[in-house]
Design a protein around this ligand. Structure first.
Ligand code: ATP
Ligand code: ZN
Ligand code: ZN
Length: 834
């Protein structure tokens, strides 16, 4: 049998699979999706089996055998292998990059040099057979290696430190041969465990047998009589206040057994989740649920866009839909944005489905992630809830994939493979005959567009049309909160220079008085985080990137967020010497200071990147807030999503138009989404909510629509704008970014690609398609890490092999890439245009 293997050779990435022989002994283990170690040149590298064949077109004598099989249960399924190929074609990346993205970081390969004894070795170097020579150390070395089959070279050299030369000689003579092993970065965690004898009745007799001074050992035997089940050594020791010596003594007598046993790192092990049962659905929920249920039962790929206002009970619909899926013996994947993977969300899923749920997110340690993922591979769970990459969960019977807050830009990965989880989910659903539910109070225009007539007419299995489901009211008829727009220009005119309008100030005061809670949103990006001289206007910029430095109060340093460059805070302006240099601070810190000045004694929780880096900090803050040990929660986007606290009756957005000013055609959409989401945190339970939106552009349609909870109105207006400018969803985009240290080379390369694109486009343009090439122009961030950046943008519509076209066009840069280290990055359907 022969295998085609995609190998991981970072220096020479290629999409070509290489042929290997499957050794007889591995035949039953190697399948499509297996991770293997294969010889590649002088080394052994990790690879994935993508095909198996009885024969080969190549000369079998020239093929090498697979050297190692790395897992007993393959980490990937044939479906995922096929998906990797699709990703590589759709998003223009190497297949290996897509395959690697599907497995947890713990399985990324690490290479080790091992040695083994070559029993037929020793032909080289003129010796008859070195094995025959009675060199005592040599025998000792060989026996040591034989006993373990292979030994890490470093371990061997450490152990026989005085015989380095001899080891070298043995390697040269071929008595020992070097093998390169692929090892995992992480392995299953093991713990020494104490096993009582099979026959616990013996324990009492043994206890008698022990001499009186062996009191500690007696204690252990006594304990095991009462609890005759295996127990972790560390636990036993701490229970009995003894040292390991006592247990080891018993083990030496053969009375108990000590053995390494695998333990799972379960981040939620110490938590108990209150079980919940399905709520009776509201009529709106019921209607939506029935549609999803039908789809799940049909076993066909169907995609729903669920547009439900904040607090309409989407999560309950998800939970009951998943139940339907599980009842059928199928599996479900739930994707949520990383920042809404709050304990609250996890609790709702664990509460309903208990330990049938695995949770995957980046706040877990490598080991925890690995263990959660293995629960999936071993079929111990049937529901996965996680961030973007959980879409690759290696399930084999998927019935339902849910993407909550589907409009979030974090579903698009910014590094290669630059996939969109929504499109990957749809592709998987087509293989599994599964339903996909995209839920949001503010669906993306791309998704909305696909519920329309045009999308229905041009639907393909790759790009199916979406079915629109709506929920227009909150559960139990709770009203959506009243939203006030505050014109900050008026505030200034009236002499209020504070960052709080008088109305918001009064509202916060009122909540403090009534012991209700407030959420304040400050979009960090919008606020001045840079360092500026008020005398001459000097702004501290990174010397390597085209971006201003950011002040970090905690370390009293100014930093570049792109390359990590840092310097001490400035006390005087480097240009004019003025001392009026202001560190504007990360917005939230300043707001926090101002709050405590305005409202002495106010208990504020600040949540931003600085306060949530520590593991579990997120959870800690939210628990404090939930328990009403704080009056006000202040934060960046992370406070806008998913939170459901009954005592929050006031929400304030401090700088509503901060996103609006970004150079991005989605700026209005993002503003509308953010305001709607954060407003949705208020008044979700019995107490009614109120929202204040502070802005300098109160007349902008995104702000007006958000204040009226008018998704429909916003969407129609925004669609019109997009159509006028040939932007998505009407046209699709591909962004090609080039970077190099020399501007000249960049411009030339950019022009070459643009010319080639235009040429190719004119050749392949079919009826009903349009294609436009923009650029090359400098990217909005024109330099990062001393490399300049230029971009070309393709806008196109209609079905065409855009990936093939781009691939052909960038091929004109191959020489510059190889010889002059030009970097080319292609982003299909980009979410961020920087
Ligand atoms: N059928 C129901 N009966 C009673 N309460 C319900 C029902 N469905 C949901 N709820 C409750 O209503 C509240 C809001 O529901 P949920 O959080 O699911 O809304 P959502 O649509 O996901 O909101 P958001 O988009 O803002 O996250 C929750 O406290 C939930 O427990
Ligand atoms: Zn100055
Ligand atoms: Zn920098």
């Amino acid at each position: 049998m022969y295998a085609k293997v995609i190998v991981d050779v970072p220096a020479k990435p290629t999409n070509r699979a290489f042929d290997y022989v499957v050794p007889e002994a591995m035949k039953d283990l190697v399948t499509v999706g297996s991770r293997v170690g294969v010889p590649f040149g002088p080394r052994t590298v990790q690879g994935f089996v993508v095909e198996l064949h009885e024969g080969t077109e190549l000369d079998p004598a020239k093929l090498k055998p697979i050297a190692q099989i790395l897992d007993l249960i393959p980490p990937l399924t044939p479906e995922l292998v096929k998906l990797a190929r699709w990703i590589s074609r759709t998003y223009l990346c190497h297949e290996i990059t897509a395959l690697q993205a599907m497995i947890p970081g713990a399985l990324k390969a690490k290479y080790e040099r091992h040695v083994k004894v070559d029993e037929h070795g020793g032909r080289r170097g003129g010796h008859e057979n070195v094995l025959m020579l009675p060199v005592p150390n040599q025998e000792e070395i060989l026996n040591y290696v034989r006993k373990q089959e292979t030994v890490r070279l470093e371990t061997l050299l450490e152990k026989f430190a005085g015989d380095t030369l001899l080891v070298k000689q043995l390697l040269e003579d071929g008595v020992l041969t070097e093998v390169h092993m692929v090892k995992d970065r992480m392995s299953a965690k093991k713990a020494l465990t104490v096993f009582p004898p099979e026959n616990p009745e013996q324990l009492a007799a043994w206890q008698e047998e022990l001499p009186a001074r062996a009191a500690k050992q007696k204690l252990v035997l006594e304990y095991l009589q009462k609890h005759p089940e295996p127990i972790k050594l560390t636990e036993l020791l701490s229970r009995l206040h003894i040292t390991a010596a006592a247990v080891k003594g018993l083990a030496e007598r053969g009375w108990v057994r000590l053995e390494e046993v695998e333990v799972q790192r379960d981040p939620y092990a110490s938590r108990t989740f209150r079980p919940t049962s399905p709520l009776p659905l509201t009529p709106e929920q019921q209607k939506v649920f029935d549609c999803i249920k039908d789809a799940v039962l049909s076993g066909e790929q169907r995609v729903f866009l669920l547009n439900g206002v904040t607090g309409s009970g989407k999560t309950e619909v998800y939970l009951q839909s998943i139940q339907t899926c599980l009842d059928q013996g199928r599996e479900a994947i739930v994707l949520v944005p990383e920042i809404s993977l709050t304990p609250q969300m996890v609790e709702r899923f664990k509460g309903r489905f208990g330990n049938r749920v695995a949770v995957l997110h980046s706040r877990l340690s490598h080991g925890e992630r690995y263990d959660e993922w293995r629960k999936i591979v071993r079929r111990e769970v049937s529901v996965v809830i996680g961030a973007r990459s959980a879409v690759f969960a290696p399930f084999t019977k998927i019935g339902l994939i849910i993407i909550d807050e589907e409009h979030e830009s974090t579903y698009k990965q910014e590094e290669s493979p630059k996939y969109h989880a929504r499109d990957v989910a749809i592709a998987r659903a087509s293989e599994h005959g599964a339903a996909v539910v995209l839920g949001s109070a503010t669906p993306s225009l791309e998704s909305m567009y696909r519920t329309g007539r045009e999308a229905v007419l041009s639907a393909t299995p790759d790009r199916p049309a979406f079915e629109l489901l709506t929920m227009t009211s909150r559960v139990e008829g709770r009203p959506l909160p009243r939203v006030h727009i505050v014109d900050m220009r008026e505030e200034l005119k009236n002499g209020n220079r504070s960052m709080f309008s008088r109305a918001l100030y009064k509202a916060i005061e009122e909540r403090l008085h009534k012991k209700e809670q407030t959420v304040l949103l400050l979009n960090r990006r919008g606020y001045a985080t840079f360092v500026m001289c008020r005398t001459c206007g000097y702004v501290a910029n990174c010397p390597h990137c085209d971006i201003s430095l950011t002040y970090h109060q905690s370390s009293r340093a100014i930093r570049c967020h792109y390359c990590g460059y840092a310097e001490r805070e400035l006390t005087a302006c480097p240009d004019c010497g003025s001392e009026h240099i202001r560190h504007f601070g990360t917005g939230t810190q300043r707001v926090e200071e101002e709050l405590s000045k305005l409202f002495p004694g106010i208990r504020v929780i600040r949540m931003d990147v600085d306060t949530t880096t520590e593991k579990g900090s997120h959870e800690k803050w939210l628990t404090i807030f939930k328990n009403r040990q704080a009056d006000l929660l202040l934060g960046t986007q992370m406070v806008a999503k998913g939170l459901d606290f009954p005592h929050v009756t006031l929400v304030g957005a401090l700088a509503a138009d901060s996103v609006l000013n970004l150079p991005d055609f989605r700026a209005a959409e993002r503003t509308f989404q953010l305001l709607t989401q954060v407003a949705g945190r208020a008044g979700r339970h019995e107490l009614p909510g109120e929202v204040f939106v502070q802005t300098y552009t109160p007349e902008h349609y995104s702000i007006l629509s958000a204040s009226k909870h008018d998704y429909q109105g916003f969407m129609l207006k925004e669609m019109l704008m997009r159509k006028q400018h040939n932007y998505p969803p009407f046209h699709r985009l591909v962004l090609i970014t080039l970077s190099h240290e020399q501007v000249q080379l960049l411009i030339r390369s950019g022009e070459a690609v643009a010319a080639r694109l235009k040429e190719l486009a004119s050749q392949m343009q079919a009826e009903g398609t349009e294609l436009e090439v923009l650029g090359p122009v400098a990217s909005p961030i024109s330099r990062i890490k001393d490399r300049y950046r230029f971009q070309c943008m393709i806008k196109y519509r209609g079905e065409m092999d855009i990936a093939g076209l781009v691939q052909q066009a960038v091929a004109v840069l191959d020489d510059a890439v190889k010889q002059r280290k030009l970097t080319v990055s292609v982003d299909v359907d980009p979410q961020i245009l920087m």
